[in-house]
Design a protein around this ligand. Sequence first.
Ligand code: NOJ
Ligand code: CA
Length: 689
Amino acid sequence: MKQIVFKFLAIGLILSSCSSSHDNYSVLSPSGNIKVDFALTSEKQPSYSVSFNGKELIKPSTLGFEFKNMEPLGKNLKVDSVRTREFNEQWEMPWGEQRYVTNHYNELKVFLSEKNEPKRHFSVVFRAFDDGIGFRYEFPKQENMDSVIITDENTQFNLTGNHMCWWGPGDWDIYEHLYSTTRFSKIDATKKRNHPDLAQTYIPENAVNTPVTMKTDDGVYLSFHEAAVTNYAGITLKVDTANYAMQTELVGNSAGIKVKTQTPFTSPWRTVQIATRAGDLIESKLILNLNEPNKLGDVSWFKPTKYVGIWWEMHLGKSSWDLASGKHGATTANAKRYIDFAAKNNIHGLLVEGWNTGWEHWIGFDDREGVFDFVTPYPDYNLKEVVAYGRKKGVDLIMHHETSAAPRTYEKQLDTAYALMSSLGIHVVKTGYVGKIIPKGEYHHGQWMVNHYRHVLETAAKYKIAVDAHEPFMATGERRTYPNAISREGLRGQEYNAWASDGGNPPEHLTIVPFTRMLAGPIDFTPGIFDIKLKPYKPNNQVNTTLAQQLALYVVIYSPVQMAADLPENYENNPAFQFIRDVGVNWEQTKVLNGEIGDYVTIARQERGTNRWFVGAVTDENARELNVKLDFLDAGKKYAATLYLDAPDADWNKNPTAYEIKKMEVDSNTELNLKLAPGGGAAISLFPL
Ligand code: NOJ
Ligand code: CA
């Protein structure tokens, strides 16, 4: 991989972008649209504020820490010095939504120390980009601060008003909640506790998970998250609904410990993405830019891929993961059937779940330690034979490791499990962490698990294995540093439509996800269900979109592994399947053509290496007409367009599978008028002629 194409670095005082007086310092983004002001309060506590296009966007907000083994840190500080620099580089993604990423910011580093004993010192580093800001704490090695037990990181975000918010409850274990759309003052996360379909959930107070996205009454879009979480706990944001204020509430454990570490250490970046167009949040690469460059070097052994799976049939109840059920899905013969189907249809991956012993003790068991075995197939599944059969046909296996949230059992077997994969030439594993974490008292999003997930990534990399984690810790841009972190779940995925007792994901779900969860990173959503009513397996459940929207999701939702999730028999002889055959999975460029959070979004992506473009548009429960200009196409070139559209009478509930296919010749002057049905969508392929 060509790592750095162009790089410019200047250290020193940048007069145009940083100014100071007494204890006040500021830094401007490269274009000057965003300004961060730093100050010490009257109590000599560090505080920052942010303005956007000359208007205050984050009001003065204080910073500080509380510890188990030390006095709090935050007041009575002095500024020892400041350092500023400009940084500008372009880096290349080994796979991704686009090939090149610009990373351009101005940085202000404020060195602080306590005026009195114990005279601890640290710095706060602010980076101002044109699409938002990031800041973090850096603690050097020092005499009076060695081992550190953080009980609270008190980073505030004071908002300027009662913004409209798209939020999910601040759960320490799982992100699989529906998003709520409310004014800030109406956030009530604790009401979302104990959803009947969730195996675990812990929400100690009124807090939201990140990314959380907002819109001000002036039409400014904001999204709060974090970047580069390493040996630290994840955040939730505690909300003070009366004062429009938020503060970090780190995910802890039952011993009240949030982070246990040692100097020197740095916190993750606290991030605020800022935009005047909702779609710019999706195009922003701020979170990736705040992560370190690729540490793995060449990862061309991972190839972005579409895949099918012995998977949906389990969620439908047609077959089962465990052998004892008498309807075991992962048999050699069934795997070969899927391979034959994939090979015929330009799909090069196959996930097989339920292949290994242990599933008889999966859900609802407390003694999950030592249950799953990641090298021993059930007797009716010949792993080697399946791998060889697939290889002959150009279909590679995606390995499956469900840990049932017993990470220690998994860690013990990591090397043997990955050595087996390596000996078979398998380069992708889907992991899973269903259930409450063992040991009890640890949570999926706490430091202990953050370290586990990282350990898995690093070990996998040694074996040239890429990881698609389900029940993960939220992505924080680590795929830049570890490009084997290819995808993850971390939301209410398609599976909820098969079995959720609340009717599944409502039609608006996928118009919120691109502006919230997707800002964190790639999503293994598993689109492409054609049998919307799930007949005959699930008479009381259904997918709450049209078939055309299922196609659009291959473009709207980004992942370098995209599943064709439905049963092969539901695709056979359906002309709409041509779109899934054709659609790309690795992109040269991405353009968000339009969108409003919770209403609709249209995204265009250009495939790497082919100059083909694909467009996806989705709407919520409302029918919509969207005018889409194809001005992103190469000027002067003609393209063969195939449009997969909702039929005029389509409707996510009453008539979800009614679609039309239209073909036409288009160019960069063409403007399309797309009519989307309630819960509908449109998918377009554009091949250069
Ligand atoms: C939950 C995952 O999200 C799903 O995809 C998988 O089939 C089950 N766990 C079993 O591992
Ligand atoms: Ca809506």
